[in-house]
Design a protein around this ligand. Structure first.
Ligand code: ZN
Ligand code: ZN
Ligand code: ZN
Length: 139
């Protein structure tokens, strides 16, 4: 009983030792990478400015380690202009077109129907209801 458990313990200890070596090795490796250069004073020169349709490119240079590399700059946001080509009514949805003034990319948006704007007129002894948008008479 005690012999078996001691064997198990030895195996466990051996496994833990292997883990410790692997973990130790990887820690040493990452420390070596960090110790090279953090490029703290790196300068960035734009080679290509980003637009809304393509990413830009910066050339980076580190004066400490004299390393040059390139990094991409994210695209800028589209500059959409809204143009309503069909105004919504009480019976029909409308349509708006958004077009980017820089690259021409466009998409459409459905505008919800308007709701009736009711008003009443008292005429000939009873009340008549109309919509001020579509002029529909309801009673
Ligand atoms: Zn550097
Ligand atoms: Zn655009
Ligand atoms: Zn209406």
């Amino acid at each position: 009983m005690t012999i078996v458990s001691s064997k198990k313990f030895k195996m466990l200890a051996a496994v833990l030792l292997v883990f410790a070596i692997v973990a130790g090795a990887s820690t040493t490796m990452s420390k070596t990478v960090e110790a090279t250069c953090s490029h703290r004073f790196a300068t960035r020169t734009p080679l290509t400015y980003p637009t809304c349709s393509s990413a830009g490119i910066n050339r980076c240079y580190c004066p400490e380690c004299h390393y040059t590399w390139y990094e991409s700059v994210p695209k800028t946001a589209h500059n959409y202009l809204r143009n309503i080509i069909r105004y919504p009514t009480c019976y029909q949805t409308g349509t708006a077109i958004y077009t980017c003034s820089s690259c021409g990319h466009s998409y459409s948006e459905t505008l919800p129907k308007t709701s009736h704007q009711m008003y009443s007129i008292y005429r000939n002894g009873h009340t008549e209801w109309y919509c001020s948008i579509c002029n529909h008479r309801f009673s």
